[in-house]
Design a protein around this ligand. Structure first.
Ligand SMILES: [Zn+2]
Length: 129
């Protein structure tokens, strides 16, 4: 019984994070993250907010929308993602919720940048560094 309650609580907290992301999504549309070949690959939760790392599939470069990245052209979030990619044969080892079906995962890999971002918002684990 205790176990079941815990699982329910976890699901609730996950959903509240997810809806937060949806709220800030509108704001991000106007930012530097908008239209390009950059793909959102990972969200990070911190006390200062939710930050988003995107990678360029061509150059394998990474960028982030946190204040540290802007001032120093690099941050712990982008470094984390690049390190993971380099340690995994050039592919980011994304942690995806079991709620995502194989079909959805397959479709996400062939989708546009916007659709892929939607998939990450809905299913990818948010990392805390
Ligand atoms: Zn960052």
């Amino acid at each position: 019984m205790g176990k079941r309650w815990k699982a329910l609580r976890m699901r609730r907290s996950y959903q509240s994070i997810s809806s937060q992301l949806r709220e800030i999504e509108g704001n991000m549309k106007d930012s530097i993250m908008a239209k390009s070949d950059w793909r959102t690959i990972q969200f990070f939760l911190s006390v200062r907010g939710v930050f988003e790392v995107q990678i360029d599939l061509e150059s394998e470069g990474a960028r982030c929308n946190c204040p540290e990245f802007k001032s120093r052209e690099g941050c712990k979030h982008s470094r984390y993602v690049v390190k993971k990619i380099r340690g995994n044969n050039g592919v980011y080892p994304m942690k995806v919720s079991s709620r995502a079906s194989q079909e959805e995962i397959k479709r996400a890999n062939q989708s546009t940048a916007d659709e892929f971002r939607e998939f990450v918002v809905n299913y990818a684990k948010i990392e805390v560094l």
